[in-house]
Design a protein around this ligand. Sequence first.
Ligand SMILES: C[S@@+](CC[C@H](N)C(=O)[O-])C[C@H]1O[C@@H](n2cnc3c(N)ncnc32)[C@H](O)[C@@H]1O
Length: 351
Amino acid sequence: MRMKKFSRLSKWLGWTRENNPIRITIGLATLPPSLLQAISECLKKAELSVLANASTDLSNRYRNRTASKFMISEAHRLVYLATRLPATYAVNYAVLKNLISLNIPFQSLLDLGAGPGTVMWAAAGLWPTLNKISLIEADPGLIQLGTYLSQTSEFSSLQVASWHQADLSTLQTLIPHDIVSLSYVLSELDQLLQTHLLKLAWQATQRALIIIEPGTPTGFNHIRKVRTWLIQNGATIYAPCPHNLGCPIQRQDWCHFSVRLPRSKVHRQLKSATLGYEDEKYSYLIACKAPGHQGDTRIIRKPVTAKNQVILDLCTPLETQKINIGRKDKAIYLKARKVKWGEVWGDFSSS
Ligand SMILES: C[S@@+](CC[C@H](N)C(=O)[O-])C[C@H]1O[C@@H](n2cnc3c(N)ncnc32)[C@H](O)[C@@H]1O
């Protein structure tokens, strides 16, 4: 049964023996099978050539930033499902997973600028306790697609999620929820609206506010500003920073992480890509309402593994620090060889 599901998935992804990323790497972030299947059904409605044109157009629209609204046609929305949703889902999952260590049975989620509902898919997989999901999105076409996708989920919380069509700039108040999220949304808004929305989102946050942006200097710049505002307004930063001090990352640098995910066949066709996987870079922030929820020392660059040593770049409660771990302390050395970029480095004090 498992093999059958896997081969169906492989077929949809267009994996062959040669390009199957599982042969290349392990630990890829994949979409839930029901979501994959539902996206595949949606894509059947469109000609590949129409999607290919829309894909180029959508990339240009995002690159040139001349429009205030990026997805304006059904083909754009389908391209988003095929080429962007798998990446934003993988990032959402990686970011939300940080909250597992708080051991809180989260019950409600409010997602702002929800698109096709990406955040709730990631959240429902992590917290079966969720029983109230609210999504706010401006585009009726994305709401329609998102509603269709959520009906295919095995989680009843997704099936009964409440979608609200609204422009975030017109909102004056939001109903409080345990988790409030803004995933890949801030960079689509002007500075004034970003500040207005951040204020509303923080007021509505009962436990944790999640902000995710592309892992670029611009994306991180948004995160840096948001972080300063949140600290000034009483937030406790839970991740990625282990402190509420000024951000130690130098101005010309940017704090970002990466997640690897498989590329479907249609994605490769639309992007003229050859590799069976992609690395999505992201910057993020998790701010908590409870003062005790301060995060741990974290690995903020890809660890460098040489023959007899591992070099880790850390953000500690005091500063950023590069540490060299040699074979002398075997337990820590073995641990350092296994840790990944973005994970917490709990045993820092003993190294
Ligand atoms: C890049 S998509 C991200 C979608 C989803 N959050 C994700 O992570 O996949 C940005 C979304 O924000 C929505 N959006 C942008 N400006 C908005 C506004 N002023 N009001 C409501 N939604 C908005 C867009 O319509 C789009 O669906």
